[in-house]
Design a protein around this ligand. Structure first.
Ligand code: VGL
Ligand code: ZN
Length: 204
């Protein structure tokens, strides 16, 4: 049994959002089409309290894009984004949600970020997504969404580490590319970890 994981397809990650991902909204029609190919569809949702410590404004004199040490873990600082209950945290309006069985929210602990849809960045707290997929009999996951170099990357990495056969559909993702080449490096790192990278045209 397979599952499609829709990662963070939220307004704040579109080009007009608070943490714009170039062409972030352009993958939605493809993802709507892809959904029918999978046994199960689930989604993740970045869902921060307004004082989340990944926000640059929480750190005197710091700017978005800077790297700090946050309670012992490297943390890129971000603009305020995906604050719980705000419009920016809602799913992009043309995303077809009719087949989404469960939504896993992440990033709710103000002290730590959660790029992966499975665990916080320190791997201490689980969202329950891994347990849920196992209970449903899933052994293979396909990952799409935003952003390739952050939440897609770490969701796919954790899926593989949890023992799921893991495939990223690369044309159904877009990345931030804070530094040129970040997306390419993310995909190479995933491949080295045993994750397969496919184009949607290569799917059966
Ligand atoms: C994301 C940065 C901060 C993502 C979430 O969805 O990739 N990136 N929060
Ligand atoms: Zn976030």
């Amino acid at each position: 049994m397979n599952a499609l994981i829709l990662v963070d397809l939220q307004n704040d990650f579109t080009p007009s959002g608070a943490l714009p991902v170039p062409e972030g909204d352009s993958i939605v029609p493809l993802i709507n089409q892809l959904q029918q190919k999978f046994d199960l569809v689930v989604a993740t949702q970045d869902w921060h309290p307004s004082d989340h410590q990944s926000f640059a404004v929480q750190h005197e004199g710091r700017q978005p894009g800077e790297l700090i040490d946050l309670h012992g873990i490297p943390q890129v600082l971000w603009p305020i984004h995906c604050v719980q209950e705000t419009e920016g945290a809602q799913f992009i309006s043309n995303l077809d949600q009719s087949r989404v069985k469960r939504v896993f929210r992440k990033g709710q602990n103000p002290r730590i970020d959660s790029y992966s849809g499975f665990f916080d960045n320190d791997h201490q707290s689980s969202t329950g997504m891994g347990e849920y997929l196992r209970e449903q009999g899933v052994d293979e996951v396909f990952v799409v969404g935003l952003a390739t170099d952050y939440c897609v990357r770490f969701t796919a990495a954790d899926a593989a580490e949890l023992g799921f056969r893991t495939i990223v559909i690369s044309d159904a993702t877009r990345g931030v590319n804070l530094m040129t080449g970040d997306v390419d490096r993310a995909l190479v790192a995933l491949q080295e970890q045993g994750v397969r990278i496919l184009l949607s045209s290569e799917l059966p």
